[in-house]
Design a binder for this molecule. Structure first.
Ligand SMILES: O=P(O)(O)OC[C@H]1O[C@](O)(CO)[C@@H](O)[C@@H]1O
Length: 550
């Protein structure tokens, strides 16, 4: 990316009062657009039409259109793992699947049909527990991309859940997390879905093992045959069919994934099974249809009317031209409370890189630190810093226009808070305004002098406001696809491979080494791979638990 060009382009923006851009009375019309049912207002970004035009030029220089075509056509964009990036084909019509995947398309279509049949059969009771009862609970075990997508959609789409069927997700390897589930679940009516692309992930396998043991124990006390309960209650989604079978899962109950679907973009594949089981095929298809509508928009709209492209370029503007290091994701819907965590993974795991596609060190920074929380909770916590500190934190406000509950006064308050926060973050409060307010409230000069600076707020914080017409499967699908494409565009401009995650692998390697060292007798604790700090921590842990004698 041409940083010198970006620096030159942004020279005025750095000095500018963002609010002054609203001297143009047509700004909110010019800086907003709709796509796939979503509405984006980006008028509160610190950017002019000319500057945005400059960013479009940058996208053209990066041959963004060619890259979009290449991605949807299945070229191997993930060049460190020699993989295509084709999660989009999973939500495309079958003709498109055949055109892109060739012979492999039939396996994908068959898997979708098999998944749909499982969903119908579980919902109708045709597929039932060993005791002949209808399943009451779905427990999904997975982590990272094999967890977040399902989690975010499950909590967002509660009104679409089939009565009598509850879904639960288990990710954390802390045994407490599993224990919490056991307290809620009846093993005899629980269906388990293990989701692991590799079927080698430590957390998922440990959790699957304890859940299996819990179910076997419950089953023996119920006089069921143990092998039956695992064969009938357990499903898996994986590329590693052999490992899933070796774990004891009935081969008929294993749905394949493909290496061209990245974990964090896999909700659209059979990874979505726990979600589909609970919301049903019709709503799962609507989720995919919303994502497909955004795919179409992304491929067809010119840059100046392209929502993912605009959001991506604004993100680059804030990160690389204006130098802001983070991005707050603030959904003003309780139902979207899992979205910040989901986007944290998709964005930071994808674009948190420091070398380009050819392995050359970058001379600019990439993904911002993404964080967030549901509104209005954040206002009474970390948003204080967003208003009062000198740091500027660009923000995405996300809101469903239609209320998700019957409590309309609460929804009005929620909406008002959302709109007010973007305004407050942009306008801030000058010293003169703070002084005038204090004077009006009857403060004397000394009091004004003492307090006015504390009440001054920098403002100038840029934000997007994204509106969903209502929180339904279609809109959610469009929203998730919007962010997927935004991340893709940023990866293209930053020239990084958004689809590998070697950093996670390093953690896994050292995790194994730590476990290996922990298993040694106290006197032998040593490792060339670990620092004296970590070795001392291991000794302290063993001292406390006397792990070696277990
Ligand atoms: O699906 P798996 O193979 O269990 O991996 C879980 C997750 O771990 C990662 O490899 C790293 O977090 C993700 O990409 C993936 O979604």
């Amino acid at each position: 990316m041409d940083i010198a060009y970006l620096t030159k382009l942004s020279v005025n923006a750095k000095q500018r009062k963002l609010f002054s851009l609203f001297d143009d009375t047509a700004r909110s019309d010019k800086f907003s657009l709709s796509a796939a049912g979503l509405f984006l207002d980006y008028a509160k970004q610190n950017i002019t039409e000319d500057e945005l035009g400059g960013l479009f030029d940058l996208a053209t220089q990066a041959k963004l259109s060619d890259k979009v075509t290449a991605q949807f056509a299945g070229e191997q964009l993930n060049n460190t793992e020699q993989r295509a990036v084709l999660h989009t084909v999973l939500r495309a019509p079958n003709e498109r699947k055949k055109a892109v995947l060739g012979e492999q398309a039939q396996a994908v279509i068959d898997t979708e049909a098999k998944m749909a049949a499982i969903v119908d059969d579980v919902q109708s009771g045709a597929v039932h527990s060993v005791s002949g009862e209808k399943f009451t609970d779905i427990l999904a075990i997975g982590i990272g991309g094999s967890y977040y997508g399902v989690k975010v959609a499950l909590s967002a789409l509660v009104p679409y859940h089939q009565p009598g069927l509850k879904a639960h997700v288990l990710a954390n390897v802390d045994g407490d997390a599993a224990q919490e589930k056991f307290a809620k679940l009846n093993a005899n009516t629980t269906l388990v879905v293990v989701i692991s692309k590799t079927f080698t992930t430590q957390e998922t396998l440990l959790n699957a093992t304890i859940v299996k043991q819990w179910m076997l124990n419950a089953s023996s006390s119920h006089n069921n045959s143990s092998s039956d309960i695992i064969a009938q209650h357990w499903y898996a989604v994986s590329t590693n069919i052999a490992a899933a079978t070796a774990f004891g899962i009935n081969e008929d109950n294993i749905l394949p994934m493909w290496d061209w679907v990245g974990g964090r973009f896999s909700l659209w594949s059979a990874v979505g099974l726990p979600l589909a089981l609970v919301i049903g095929n019709q709503h799962f298809n609507a989720l995919k249809a919303g994502a497909y509508a955004m795919d179409q928009h992304f491929q067809q709209a010119p840059f100046a009317q392209n929502m993912p492209v605009i959001m991506a370029l604004l993100g680059i503007w804030n990160r690389n031209a204006l130098g802001y290091p983070s991005l707050a994701i603030l959904p003003y819907n309780h139902a979207l409370r899992a979205l910040p965590g989901y986007l944290q993974q998709t964005d930071m795991e994808s674009n948190g890189k420091s070398v380009d596609n050819n392995g050359n060190r970058l001379n600019y920074l990439t993904a911002p630190v993404v964080f967030g929380q549901e509104g209005t909770n954040g206002q009474h916590a970390f948003m204080q810093l967003m208003h009062q500190s000198a740091d500027i934190i660009p923000t995405d406000f996300i809101l469903s226009l239609a209320p998700t509950s019957e409590h309309l006064a609460n929804h009005d308050a929620l909406v008002a808070n959302c709109f007010a926060q973007s305004e407050a973050l942009m306008q801030g409060k000058t010293l003169a305004q703070a002084e005038a307010e204090l004077r009006l409230a009857g403060a004397d000069n000394a009091e004004i002098q003492r307090l006015a600076r504390h009440k001054t707020m920098k403002g100038n914080t840029p934000s997007n406001t994204l509106l969903l017409p209502q929180l339904d499967p279609y809109s959610l699908g469009a929203l998730l696809a919007l962010y997927e494409h935004k991340i893709f565009v940023q990866g293209v401009l930053w020239q990084v491979n958004s689809y590998d995650q070697w950093g996670v692998e390093l953690g896994k390697q050292l995790g194994k080494e730590v476990l290996h060292v922990m298993a040694k007798p106290m006197a032998d604790i040593d490792s060339e791979a670990l620092s004296s700090s970590s070795l001392a921590l291991i000794r302290r842990y063993k001292d406390n638990l006397d792990l070696s004698s277990r």
